[in-house]
Design a protein around this ligand. Structure first.
Ligand code: AMP
Length: 451
């Protein structure tokens, strides 16, 4: 299948694809859509950003157009992913707007969802927890479901949704088509597939869990204490949008506070924020109003923002596979991007796991940068107008903005004790940053010590 025309799609779908500027199918679409259109159960192993959403939405709409009384259910692990699926669905139904989708996600009021359900949606896009709520209250019926999608099924299991899936399956008709998508494949996924799918055909795009090849990956050895300053330095040195990953909700908050104390405009999303806060943070990031978004893994999963130029792993993920998911936020749908990871001494084990996974999956390996300036002398780790400013000045980059009032400033007592020790030492002088297409800046420090 070379183009979407080869699929002989119904004309409102073909027209909508043109309007969305989808001309050539992506590999998962080329492999998966014909299988799903033939009515077979499908397992799609594809990482995010590969076009997997349209791989199930196009066959669903084709089927619903032919069967006016039928509906489809798409289960997704997070609210953000559900919202993004709906966005694609809306584009795809531009010329068949009566094929509405209803999004059933937690963290928002039930009542508007109940009202929307009464208006006969053709597709339900739901997170498992909220769908179970509706089922228990009797506000939704799944009797007319003809196609079921389990999107990012690996993540749903990771997030502990197996009991909810079990419950939901009791309400879904046995006679149905089931499409399962997952970025990774494991024994658990095998079990899930054999439980819910019927003679599925499996299509995998590239190696399982392989990092998208167009992402330039870098890593810096540093310390926990030096991370804040390093982040500030790296953000100042970059142009374009940056998604920063922190390990926990409180760390996300702390990093945001630190950057804001230097006058930087940032937003944050994590599971502890309300849905309204998450939605507005994401909207501001998408529109370019806020350049830096700080997120935890779960909140960031499935974020589909075009043109994220950089991903920075402020903290390494606990699970190596999340590294691939995280850096997959950049370089989506074939564009290029850059990913940078901070590796503190207590994260070396995680880093080894990540490198091992990258090797195993045939992905390209990150380039390791040298020991950072602030790592050399622990007395200087808490930052201040120090090495980062001087390095920035040297490289002709913008320096950190002037600080806010003292009361808002982090407690840096070492400011006056800076000296030449804070300059990069182990690696010699810092190589000037070379321009790259996506970001405008790139640090290349030759072969630092391996972790
Ligand atoms: P997904 O993996 O489904 O999240 O898709 C990643 C991004 O690629 C989304 O922004 C889609 O709108 C876009 N996309 C999906 N399929 C195509 C296509 N065939 N041509 C161009 N863009 C696409």
């Amino acid at each position: 299948m070379e183009t979407f025309k080869d699929l002989d799609l119904a004309s409102p779908i073909a027209k909508a694809l043109l309007a969305m500027k989808f001309e050539k199918p992506t590999p998962i679409q080329a492999a998966g859509i014909p299988v799903a259109l033939a009515g077979k159960d499908l397992i799609g192993v594809a990482q995010t950003g590969t076009g997997k959403t349209a791989t199930f939405c196009i066959p669903i709409l084709t089927r619903l157009l032919k069967n006016p009384g039928k509906t489809a259910l798409i289960l997704a692990p997070t609210r953000e992913l559900a919202a993004q699926i709906e966005e694609l669905w809306r584009g795809l139904t531009k010329y068949t707007p009566d094929h509405r989708a209803v999004v059933l996600i937690g963290g928002v009021a039930m009542q508007p969802q109940v009202r929307a359900l009464r208006a006969h949606a053709r597709v339900l896009i739901a997170t498992p927890g909220r769908l179970v709520d509706h089922l228990q209250r009797g506000t939704v019926s799944l009797n007319s479901i003809e196609v079921l999608v389990l999107d990012e099924a690996d993540r749903m299991l990771d997030m502990g949704f197996a009991p909810q899936l079990n419950q939901i399956m009791k309400y879904v008709p046995k006679q149905r088509q089931t499409l399962l998508f997952s970025a990774t494949w494991s024994k658990e996924m095998d079990n899930l597939a054999s439980k819910y799918l019927h003679h599925p055909e499996k299509v995998a795009v590239g190696n399982i869990s392989r990092a998208a090849p167009k992402i330039a990956q870098f890593a810096i050895q540093t310390t926990q204490q030096a991370k804040n300053d390093l982040l500030l330095e790296e953000l100042n040195a970059r142009q374009g949008s940056v998604l920063v990953f922190a390990r926990t909700q409180s760390r996300t908050d702390r990093v945001a506070k630190f950057l804001m104390s230097y006058g930087m405009l940032v937003n944050r999303i994590h599971g502890g924020r309300t849905q309204a806060q998450r939605t507005s943070a994401l909207a501001a990031f998408k529109s370019g109003g806020v350049r830096v978004l700080i997120a935890t893994d779960i909140a960031a999963r499935g974020i589909d923002v075009a043109d994220i130029a950089h991903v920075i792993n402020f903290d390494l993920p606990q699970v190596a596979e999340d590294y691939i998911h995280r850096i997959g936020r950049t370089a989506r749908a074939g564009t290029s991007g850059e990913a940078l990871s901070f590796v503190a001494a207590d994260e070396r084990g995680q880093w080894r796991d990540i490198v091992q996974l990258l090797k195993k999956t045939g992905s390209s390996l990150p380039e390791m940068k040298g020991v950072t300036s602030s790592q050399l002398n622990p007395a200087e780790m808490s930052g201040g107008a120090d090495a980062s400013d001087r390095a920035a000045a040297k490289a002709g980059r913008p320096q950190r903005p002037s600080r806010g009032p003292r009361s808002e400033r982090p407690n840096h007592r070492q400011d006056d004790r800076r000296d030449s020790r804070s300059e990069p030492r182990a690696e010699g002088p810092r190589t000037p940053r070379a321009p790259v297409a996506s970001s405008g800046v790139k640090i290349v420090l030759g072969g630092g010590p391996r972790l």
